[in-house]
Ligand binder design. Structure first.
Ligand code: FAD
Length: 363
């Protein structure tokens, strides 16, 4: 675990897994049960995927629920512990137990065609030539930052969810929170206890009065997201399918008026935002809780993106290039989905590679 490759080295493997979050670890677990030669490349310094970067106040009691890694039940977890320490510790234990061939920190910069139908994976620590890639790079490194007129003129602070540290740092400030998802509601709930907040969304947020039943609404959501991914549509936020759920904290915030939503502002000025009704609201900070998109820039040389801006898949396999599997993508963007997708990708590659010439060997 954690052994970096020497820069300039070229290795040959059957499968390169890019990313060692929940999805990449699941793929690694299932690959270990085949005779395929593989490596997992991860850009982080330590285990935990994107969880190690979540904000301090996202605790085990406030996450949506973490599904265990394959064959490795989660230990009893303290609801009060930040997920940024509890989940990475659990991932580290899994890695120690499984002895997966994970190299870190290794950041993949591009994947391109190589000779004889192989792929060449370029990273800061070397080059891997492979028969297939399982891409498990998540979304954390690709925050969505919408552009509004006057963005550059703003004299205050602009930040994205991924930069958020704590509500206390906003104490006494006026903060515009933009976005209609779960993160926006959670951040508004806590920042509004310390600051004056204003909530902006493009559409009226939809809160579900009844709970979210995994076996009913969960299944329907997965079916709809799967259909969109198979049709090659660009990925949408999960909340656009599920709506928001009333947590106890959200109800409490709504009762204080902290979830009174305003329509999206029309522009940004040095000291505030221009409201849809033409008035100016002064703010110190604009917090863009506007979500993330899949981190797939390194696959650009393979031209997988269609004219709609999406990548069509069949299960986890990219339709345009069956050597590439995307996991933690589309319907598998959850801990349970990531687990299943890792297994599915390995199953499909095992069948596909079995008929091909023997594995290449390391040089
Ligand atoms: P990640 O955990 O993001 O792992 C991707 C890995 O790939 C990282 O280690 C990254 O460094 C690496 N990587 C990226 N690019 C490269 C590259 N070019 N080269 C090498 N390595 C690279 N899901 C749930 O089921 N329950 C929840 O409670 C929940 N809460 C969430 C809260 C937030 C704020 C967010 C943003 C998401 C949440 N999710 C939740 C969804 C969550 O993202 C997934 O469940 C899951 O953790 C994602 O795992 P992953 O392996 O796909 O990605």
């Amino acid at each position: 675990m954690g052994e970096p490759s020497g820069a300039g080295r070229i290795e040959h493997v059957d499968v390169v897994v890019i990313g060692a979050g929940q999805a990449g670890l699941s793929a690694g677990h299932h690959l270990q049960r085949t005779d395929l030669d593989f490596v997992v490349l991860d850009a982080e310094d330590a285990p935990g995927g994107a969880w190690q970067h979540r904000w301090e106040s996202l605790r085990m009691g406030t996450v949506n629920g973490i599904f265990g890694l394959p064959g490795f039940p989660t230990p009893p977890l303290d609801d009060a512990e930040p997920s940024r320490s509890a989940v990475p510790r659990y991932f580290a234990d899994f890695e120690d137990d499984r002895k997966l061939p994970i190299r870190r920190p290794v950041r993949v910069s591009r994947v391109e065609e190589a000779a004889e139908g192989r792929l060449r994976v370029h990273a800061d620590a070397g080059v891997w030539v492979t028969r297939a890639v399982i891409n498990a790079t998540g979304t954390w490194n690709n925050p969505v930052l919408p552009q509004y007129p006057g963005t550059e003129s703003f004299a205050g602070r602009q930040m994205h969810t991924r930069d958020y540290v704590s509500a206390e740092e906003h104490a006494g400030h006026r903060v515009a929170v933009v976005g209609g998802g779960i993160s926006a509601v959670q951040l508004l709930t806590e920042i509004s206890r310390h600051a004056t907040t204003f909530w902006y969304t493009r559409r009226e947020p939809v809160f579900r009065e009844e709970g979210f039943r995994p076996e009913v609404e969960g299944r329907e959501t997965i079916e709809r997201v799967t259909a969109a991914a198979e049709a090659g549509l660009p990925t949408q936020s999960i909340v656009s399918y599920t709506g928001l759920v009333w947590s106890a904290e959200a109800r409490e915030a709504a009762a204080r008026g902290a979830l009174d939503r305003r329509p999206m502002f029309t522009g940004i000025e040095p000291h505030g935002v221009r409201e849809a009704d033409g008035t100016l609201t002064t703010v110190d900070t604009i917090l863009w809780a506007t979500g993330f998109r899949p981190s797939l820039e390194h696959l650009a040389p393979l031209n997988l993106t269609n004219e709609q801006g999406g990548i069509a898949v069949r299960g986890t396999e990219v339709r345009a290039d069956p050597r590439i599997h995307l996991i933690g993508f589309g319907p598998s963007q959850s801990t349970v989905g990531a687990n299943r997708a890792g297994r599915a990708a390995v199953g499909a590659l095992k069948r596909r590679l079995a008929g091909s010439p023997q594995s290449l060997h390391r040089v």
